[in-house]
Design a protein. Structure first.
Length: 383
């Protein structure tokens, strides 16, 4: 039944506008309140700290009880978390927003991805994950521009209120049980709930997780470094929003083309190319001060970082043991959020001490190194 899929994706996208917009607005509001690069790093890290610790448990919970309740709970909490700075504006509130919105969106993410995987046949899965990724690109494009323009027009408080409104429809649709979710897959009879490290003992899954981690780290550094770099070179909130919107437009473009690539390009070949292009873009960005050139490079970076996700999710769903796909997605989310916790802090400290150049160079090096690693795997797998 294909009917629930578009609905699940639409709800996920609406929640993601609130989530993603809150990250941009929290960053710019904190800077406006006189916060240092390190404080901004801490705020971004808080979005990810608890999700990093909780998402494997969340994945197991989703495997056990199904996807509807976690999605509803997450949507309610994203709305409340985003509303907080509207009600009580100030730097202290931003810490609470970061924590609540981070945990809530992690729940939505694990549940919705699992639902898409379960509702798809093997042939449809890469294309369906491309549609999810397209949805995220749409919200990734809308959110920073909405936030930037909202801040310049109406101020920070009203912008938070606007973002919170995006969660109203998901909450209503899920509370009124408008979507037929698939039933949870039972574990094979007689299997104990395994250790999460079982998933990492599988060489295929492990290589996948390493490659995912590198892509994730790069995405997080981008989210943190571009606003800081933009302010350093004198861009306004709207200009930073537009530059970051370019990144989302690129991820949208590459994911729109994904159904065309799915059966023509091997997933690992796609991963190698993506890592190399992203690394080169980050390196070039460090020397860029003109908004035009910055948009071109960020578009390239968006192509590189946007391409692999549908492929990775498909490989992950198919490689996970029966009844443990939610848990494998949870582990992926742990990686993503672990990176989102550590990287803004690490690179915030480096940026505060040494400036942004070393940040861009370090991440370019990691990506190109990742490309070499992925190429070794590709040679072993692809005939």
């Amino acid at each position: 039944d294909m009917r629930p899929l578009p609905l699940i994706i639409i709800l996920m996208v609406l929640d993601h506008v609130a989530f993603n917009g809150s990250r941009v607005t929290v960053t710019l509001f904190a800077i406006d309140q006189g916060a240092s690069a390190l404080t901004v790093g801490i705020l971004m890290a808080l979005y990810a700290l608890l999700p990093a610790l909780l998402s494997v448990s969340a994945g197991r919970w989703v495997d056990r009880i199904g996807m509807e309740k976690p999605m509803l709970l997450g949507s309610v909490a994203v709305g409340l978390g985003t509303l907080l700075p509207f009600v009580i504006p100030g730097l202290a509130t931003l810490y609470a927003t970061s924590i609540i919105v981070g945990v809530a969106f992690m729940l939505i993410n694990v549940a919705a991805y699992h639902a898409v995987g379960e509702l798809s046949t093997t042939e449809e899965r890469p294309v369906n994950f491309s549609y999810v990724a397209l949805g995220f690109s749409t919200s990734g494009f809308i959110a920073p521009i909405l936030s930037g323009v909202g801040i310049d027009r109406f101020g920070y408080r009203v912008t938070f209120l606007l973002l919170a409104l995006f969660t109203v429809l998901p909450v209503l649709a899920l509370a009124m049980k408008q979507i037929p979710f698939p039933k949870p897959t039972p574990r094979p009879h007689g299997t104990a709930p395994g250790d999460v490290f079982d998933l990492l003992r599988d060489a295929h899954l492990r290589n996948l997780f390493i490659t995912m981690a590198i892509l994730t780290v790069s995405w997080d550094v981008y989210n943190f470094a571009i606003p800081v770099h933009g302010i350093r070179i004198g861009l306004s909130a709207s200009e930073i929003g537009i530059v970051m919107g370019t990144f989302a437009a690129a991820t949208f473009t590459v994911r729109l083309a994904m159904p065309f690539f799915v059966n023509r390009v091997h997933p690992w070949t796609m991963l190698v190319t993506a890592l190399m292009v992203s690394g080169a873009s980050f390196f070039a960005l460090s020397f860029t001060t003109s908004i035009g050139l910055m948009m071109v490079l960020i578009f390239l970076l968006g192509l590189g970082l946007g391409a692999p996700q549908p492929m990775v999710l498909t490989l992950l769903h198919e490689s996970a043991p029966p009844g443990r796909a939610g848990e494998a997605l949870g582990l992926r989310t742990t990686l993503i959020n672990g990176s989102q916790t550590v990287m803004p802090l690490l690179f915030g400290a480096v940026g505060a001490a040494l400036g942004m150049l070393p940040v861009f160079w370090a991440i370019a090096g990691i990506l190109i190194g990742g490309g070499v690693f992925a190429d070794r795997i590709r040679r072993r797998i692809v005939p």
